[in-house]
Every structure is written in C-alpha cells, then in structure tokens.
Ligand binder design. Sequence first.
Ligand SMILES: Nc1nc2c(ncn2[C@@H]2O[C@H](COP(=O)(O)OP(=O)(O)OP(=O)(O)O)[C@@H](O)[C@H]2O)c(=O)[nH]1
Ligand SMILES: *[C@@H]1O[C@H](CO)[C@@H](O)[C@H](O)[C@H]1NC(C)=O
Ligand SMILES: *[C@@H]1O[C@H](CO)[C@@H](O)[C@H](O)[C@H]1NC(C)=O
Ligand SMILES: *[C@@H]1O[C@H](CO)[C@@H](O)[C@H](O)[C@H]1NC(C)=O
Length: 445
Amino acid sequence: MAHRAVHIPVVIIASIYSFTAFFLSIFIACAAFETVNADNVFSASHTATVPIAAARDLRYLLYDVNPPEGFNLRRDVYIRMASLVKTLRKEGDDWVLVLPPWGRLYHWQSSNIHQIRIPWGEFFSLTSLQVNVPVIEYEEFIAENGGPFIDQVLVLQNYAEGWTDGKWEEKVDERPCIDKLMYSKDKQGYYRGWFWGYEETRARNVTCISAQGHASIMAPVLQRNITVTSVMLDRAETLLHDHYAGKDYWDTRRSMVFSKHLRLIGDDFRAKYLNSTDDRDHTIYSEDWTRMKAKLGSAKGGPYLGVHLRRKDFIWGHREDVPSLKGAVNKMRSLMKKYKLENVFVATDADEEESKELRRLLPDMVRFEPSKEDLELFKDGGVAIIDQWICAHAGFFIGTSVSTFSFRIHEEREILGFDPKATYTRFCGDTEKECEQPTHWKIVY
Ligand SMILES: Nc1nc2c(ncn2[C@@H]2O[C@H](COP(=O)(O)OP(=O)(O)OP(=O)(O)O)[C@@H](O)[C@H]2O)c(=O)[nH]1
Ligand SMILES: *[C@@H]1O[C@H](CO)[C@@H](O)[C@H](O)[C@H]1NC(C)=O
Ligand SMILES: *[C@@H]1O[C@H](CO)[C@@H](O)[C@H](O)[C@H]1NC(C)=O
Ligand SMILES: *[C@@H]1O[C@H](CO)[C@@H](O)[C@H](O)[C@H]1NC(C)=O
C-alpha cells in the first residue's frame, strides 16, 4: 500500500537528480565555492589546532532526508552536505558534520532484525570519511554536546509559489511551513520528532526555510543568521550539489569507502564462486582512498557479468525503461556470449516470486544469498553493499535505468579504473524506443 507513495518521490528525485547534474554543470559550476585546501581536509574537528588563527567555535551540522528516499540517494545527499561543511569551514567556525544514523528505510524489509539507529561505521570506513571532512557519529555528538539536544532544526522546503516567472534563481528565505510539520512540542516546550529513532532527542527550536539552489547557499545563513551551536537541516535533499561530478564531489565520493568487513565478504565470495581475485583482475584496492588513482582501462575485472536488476517499485510503476525478466535474461545471455564471460552475478531486489522465475530462466546465475545470521550481522544495507561491491568487480556491468543503486556501482567501477565501455550499459525496456545509455562521469582528482 505504501508502494505508490514511495514510487513517486523516488522517480521525481531521480529526474531532479539528472536535471541537477546538467543544470549545475552549466549555470552554477562557476560559483565561488571551490575545493577545500589540503590543510583543511586533514584537520580533524575536535582535536584540530588552528595554529595562527583565533580560536574557532565548534559547531555541529546535522541533517536528515525525506523518509521514503533509499540508501543510495542518501549517500548522494551526504556528498552535498560534506560540500556545505567544507564551505562553512573555509570561513569562520569549526564545523563538524554529524552522520545521520541509518534506519527505517522503506526497502529494508527483512523482518525481525534491528534496523534502526545504525551507525555509519557499520557500512563505511569512518577514518576514510574523516580524511575528507570532519565527521562524527550521532552518539558521539550526544556525548560531546552533553545530551540529546539540537539547538535549531531548519526544515527545508521549496517556495510555495514555485519558480516565479519560470526564472531560476538561487535564494533562501525564512518562510511559514508549507507542509504539516513533522515535529511537535512537548510539555516542556521542546520539539519531538523522528530523529533517527532516538526518542530522547529533542530540538529547542524548529523553523522552516525555503531554499532553492546548491548546498552552499545555506552557508551565509548558518554563519550569520543562526548563532547556536548545533543546527539540523531536515529534508536536506532539497539542496542541490554544489558542483556535480567536480573535484569536491569526487573527493567526497572517493572517501565513502565501504567498511572493511563488507569488502572482505564480497572478496571472499568473488574468489569462491566467481573465480575473481584482485591480482588477476587488476583491481588492487587501497584502503587509503587518497592513493587510489587507477587509470581508466587498467582494471580488467573478474570473468563474470555483473548485473543490477532493480525491480519492486520500478516495475509496479510499469515504467517503459525497465525490462521484463525474460527480456533481461536475453540481454544477459547475449552479453556473456559477446564478452566471453563464464558466469553471471545478479544483484536484485526482486521479490520471492520473481526471484524464482529468474532462477528458472537463468539456472546458472550466481547470487549473494546471506544466511539468517549473516543478514543479522550485515543487515539489508550491508547486503546491498556486498552486492554492489561484487558488481563493481565484474569484467562487464549492466545496470537498471535511473537507479541510484546502479549509479553508485558506476562510480565504484570508475574508482577501480574500468574502461567506461565495460560500465555504462543499462537494460532497455522490452518496447522502449530510444534507450539512452548512462552518462560517463569522469573522476576529477
Ligand atoms: N541486496 C540488494 N538490495 C537491493 C538491490 N536493489 C535494490 N535493493 C534494495 O532496495 C533499496 C532501494 O534501492 P536504493 O537504490 O537504495 O533506493 P534509492 O536510493 O531510492 O535508489 P533507486 O530507487 O534504485 O534509484 C536498496 O537500498 C536496497 O536495500 C540489489 O540489487 N541488491
Ligand atoms: C538573514 O539575515 C539577513 C540580514 O539580517 C536577512 O536579510 C535575511 O532575510 C536572513 N535570512 C534568513 C534565511 O533568515
Ligand atoms: C527560533 O528560530 C528562529 C529562526 O532562527 C528565531 O527567529 C526565533 O527567535 C527562535 N525562537 C526561539 C524561541 O528561540
Ligand atoms: C579461473 O581463471 C583462471 C585464469 O583466468 C583460469 O585459468 C581457470 O581455469 C579458472 N578456474 C575455473 C575454475 O574456472
């Protein structure tokens, strides 16, 4: 029943997403926000000693995203927020980004396992994130802050009037809330809300802000209009990328190194079932992302076809860019033949019925199917990462049209140094006429 409700925003966001990329690269790319310099990058927030400058106040930026958005769009919003924090740190205070705990994601449906208040450290390498921008987990924030209090929540929204006279301009203004506020006042006058499942968290003040533009348009507001220590931006996906696919985007993206235990599980699986090892496949990975600079085409990948086949809400909408299972299997077989690949690894969110049908059509496919214990350990998010990691190492990859899950795999392969020809392919709908293929976004180092 929630299916429709989820489908719509996801599609809209996906289209805004590609629109944004295009739009920003043309109109806003020249904005004054550049990549942070190296000293800044390596200074760790709370321990930082700023040698000459006057003492800077420690301030916290928290954020959350529209509930129906999935894991991979949230990873994209992290990039926007990291960019904002870099801008904030360039002048003024010592801002730290507080990582919003994972949980209550619509797609994480495995029941009977605890899937809220998951720290980022379960999915990503925190030390890697830290090299890019100072970040802390939410529980660390509570400890440092002296309690689960957030001084100010800014709920971001668009402008009620839309784009006046169809003209795009960047702007930000305090405005009355358009939608029903998802926060309510308790007896003590504090605001209560979802707060990632931390029931004891409360906010001292909640106001709405209409914002239209890239993430760093919030910098002057956070620096000048608001003086409190901790500020949370809710509906942070409202803000666009400062510079999509620019150096700063890629620095942050490259810093999002998956947790080691998930990578190791993926690597073991590759070796065991797909005859794939980094040495033979030329996919040597460095834990230190600042040293990963693989040349395009240097990675060969494992002797298997990697497939991301997004189903669920993508088929309920009867989208014409999504294939039938039969159509998808035909495509897989022809790619395996063309590229002489022995195996096919399939990552999919297909339901049980479709999974069975897929297995019937493609009996020799390989899937990562965690035991109950493994699922409890890695959770749905970790399993999705393992699937992505295995797809990222395939000799050839094919994904699903406008799936952020597939986009993140593209980026991972770009980091590993695959030839773009082996990465930017997607399934076409059975009756789709113009099947536009994914865009190659090159890393800016
Ligand atoms: N394990 C696994 N999970 C998947 C796969 N595809 C989708 N999912 C699950 O479905 C969720 C939704 O896909 P996401 O890509 O995260 O959602 P999104 O960010 O809105 O992205 P798209 O809807 O794909 O654009 C994922 O986070 C996973 O939990 C898959 O191939 N393998
Ligand atoms: C911030 O302060 C300036 C100057 O006082 C004011 O003009 C502007 O409207 C304020 N912006 C917001 C978003 O509150
Ligand atoms: C709440 O925040 C708004 C915007 O920063 C501010 O104008 C207002 O005075 C604050 N209210 C309280 C009670 O602090
Ligand atoms: C694994 O790959 C190697 C070289 O790529 C090949 O020689 C070997 O036969 C393969 N093993 C299996 C079990 O397919």
